[in-house]
Every structure is written in C-alpha cells, then in structure tokens.
Design a protein around this ligand. Structure first.
Ligand code: PMP
Length: 393
C-alpha cells in the first residue's frame, strides 16, 4: 500500500536534492564555522552560501538573516526579543496579535501579557479566517509596540492582508513621528513561504519567521529575518554567533539544507503552485459531492495547498484514524488535548459551530502529490464517512 501523504502543513519530506547537499557536512566537512582552520572556513563558506540564497528569496541583506532551530524559536526571538529590549526603557507596552495564530505566537502573547506592564490585544477574523482590518485599527493604541500576524494560517490556509497591515502600521508610525514609540511588525510566514511572495520590503515587515521542515528541508532549522538596525534581545546568552542574538555552534548541515530548500522554492514555485492547484480543485470538486459538508476558509483568500473541510455527524479524529488504516495521512481541525476534544481555536474564531468544527479534517498538499492519488483518497473517505455516520447517534 502506497501512502498518500496529505499532511504537508505538519511537515514535509526532505527533497533528495536537499539531502544530497547536506550529507558532506556530517562527515567529510564537519568543521565548526567559527574555527580559523580550513575545515572551519569551508563550513563557513557553506553557511555564507545558504545565507545568500535565503537573502535572495527574501530580497534582504545577508546580515538580516538569523538562523534558529525553527519557527517556534524565531517567533519567540522576535516577540520576546523586542519586548525585553523595550522594557529596559519603557513600561506599559501594548502588543497585538490575531486570534488564529500558531501556539508559538499565541502562547507567547498570553504568557508575556501576564507580566506587569504588558497588555495584549487579540484581533478578530471573519468567517473566511481573515483578520478584520477595521478591528485591528481600533485595537492600536499610542503604546502599541508590536503587531504579530501570520502570513497564512496553518489550519485553514487563510491568507492575511500583510501589505494592508503594514500600511496601517506605517500610518501609525508616521503619526508618532521619529521621536515617538516604535511600532514593529512581525510575520510568521511558515505556511506561506512555499507559495506566496516573501520579499520583505514589498511586504513591509520588520521580522519574518520561516522553518526548514515545511519547505521540504530538514527539521530543527529555521530562520528569522530581522530588519537591520532594530534592537532586540537574545533568548539565550553565550558566544558571538549570529551577532550574539542566537549564540551556539551553527547547525551546518541544517543550514546548508535550509539554503538548498529555499533555492528550490524560489526556482520551482510557479510550477509547484500550478500542479498543486489542479489537485486541490479536483479534490474540492469531489468533496462538494458529499452530503452535509462545509469548507472552512475556501476561496481566493486561501493557500493553494490547504483544504479544511467539515463533515456533520462524523468526528474528525475518527475520520483521520480510518483514513490512516487505508494509508492516507491527513490531520484534524480539532486538537484532541488531554483526552478532551476541544474545538480548534481557529475554527472557533471563524465562527464555525462546534458541530461542524468537530468533524473537520485538513488536507494539506505538497509538490509530491499527484492527481492519480485523488480517486483512491475519495474512495477511502467515502467509506469512512458512511461508516461513521451509520455509527453516529
Ligand atoms: N508557525 C506556523 C504557522 C506553523 O504552522 C508552525 C509549525 N506547525 C510553526 C510556526 C512552528 O514551526 P517549527 O515546527 O519550525 O517550530
């Protein structure tokens, strides 16, 4: 049985070309890029190459890239780094994020806003999972110093109006003038990185997080674009690596793999998008034929690779299990945590009723999926839904 992998938003398979580039850096070329001898310098030159590839894709300077262990760390570094820096001279800071962020942003906001002198606002989204710009404007206060909004949501794929948000921020910045409090814009671009333009100046962002394992690169490596000149604090203290903002010996194979993965994204983006769009529309067409089905976040404001669909009277977790037995990997929209089925915070924020939220699954495509797989998947799904509905009370 050949597995059908529809969980590319959770993680992706390392592209063989990425793996090939990484392999020499485990044994033949294992030097520490901080060492002055040739072995170290050859590792450093590989790091420089990777940095260059990423800077090209983001249209930024190489010094504006900081390598991290992944997007969880990048998000924490940007948010906590800014707050900890500003807290040295200011009190009463206000920060804003959306209700549908990944936990690596949402939980940071919830935790740091428990500290004295930090207040957080959580902007609402509409039924398509898109941030309401009017509500965002209303939330901005004279002491708002950071806005963190994801580029595209990981559960429903909704694309956020990043350029419009950066315009709103620019207006506020201009209003405050050069001597006023700063207001920074951080964007978690993890899910968008494969499919949407990521030139940081065009987007108008100050910080942008990305992750290797969502772009057919390795796990445990990611990066943060941090606009030159912005002062922020590290999360950990140690050596001088990454301008002392992320000390620790660099993960050379991981960085080389990340660089190659980003290069492939840049080179093959158009081709991959076209291929994935076709598969998505074929799947969506088949799903529409089911009874009592609804799409969460369908349409033009959605990534080309994500479908989030709900079935009434069929539990998402059970659908996942039955599909898995047939070799199809999807994920659910409801996080089953500590034995209690909590409806997803994203679907809840979109106003999806619990009866729909509980029956939701996420199909997330990648460049290796094929049109041929669709029929097998739909057959399995048809059997699974029928079985679960027959069992439903
Ligand atoms: N942000 C988003 C939107 C994500 O989807 C993920 C991964 N699920 C992360 C952040 C965290 O990335 P990482 O696994 O690299 O820490």
């Amino acid at each position: 049985m050949k597995e059908i992998y529809y969980d590319n938003s959770a993680t992706t398979k390392v592209d063989p070309r990425v793996l090939q580039e990484m392999l020499p850096f485990f044994q033949e070329n294992f030097g520490n890029p901080n060492s002055a001898h040739s072995s170290g310098q050859s590792a450093l030159s590989a790091i420089d190459d990777a940095r260059e590839k990423i800077a090209n894709y983001l249209s930024c300077e190489t010094q504006e890239i900081i390598f991290t262990s992944g997007a969880t760390e990048s998000n924490n570094l940007a948010i906590q780094g800014i707050i900890n820096s500003l807290l040295q001279t200011q009190d009463n800071l206000h920060i804003i994020t959306s209700k549908i962020e990944h936990p690596s942003v949402l939980e940071v906001f919830k935790t740091i806003s428990k500290k004295e002198g930090i207040e957080a606002g959580f902007v609402e989204v509409d039924s398509a999972g898109v941030v309401k710009l009017e509500k965002l404007k209303e939330l901005i206060q004279p002491n708002t110093v950071l806005i963190s909004i994801m580029y595209a949501n990981n559960e429903v794929g909704s694309i956020q109006p990043i350029r419009e948000i950066s315009e709103i921020i620019k207006v506020e910045r201009d209003r405050r003038g050069e001597k006023g409090l700063p207001i920074y814009f951080h964007v978690d671009a993890v899910q968008a990185f494969n499919y949407l333009p990521c030139q940081v100046n065009w987007l108008g962002v100050d910080f942008l997080s990305f992750s290797g394992h969502k772009i057919f690169g390795p796990k445990g490596i990611g990066g943060l674009f941090a606009k030159r000149g912005i002062k922020f604090e590290p999360l950990a203290f140690g050596g001088h690596q990454e301008y002392s903002l992320r000390p620790g010996t660099l993960n050379v194979p991981g960085i080389v793999g990340l660089g190659k993965a980003v290069e492939l994204v840049a080179d093959e983006q158009e081709k991959n998008i076209q291929k994935i769009k076709k598969i998505k529309s074929k799947i969506a067409g088949e799903l529409e034929k089911f009874e009592n089905v609804r799409f969460n976040g369908k349409g033009e404001f959605q990534l080309p690779n994500i479908i989030n669909v709900s079935f009434q009277n069929a539990e998402g977790e059970s659908i996942l299990m039955l599909l898995d037995m047939d070799g199809v990997a999807v994920s659910t929209g409801s996080a089953c945590s500590s034995g209690s089925l909590e409806p997803s915070h994203v679907l809840t924020a979109m106003g999806v009723q619990p009866k729909w939220a509980h029956g939701s699954i996420r199909i997330s495509l990648g460049k290796d999926n094929t049109e041929v797989e669709v029929n097998t998947f739909i057959k399995s799904l048809t059997v699974a839904i029928k079985k679960l509905r027959e069992m439903a009370p």
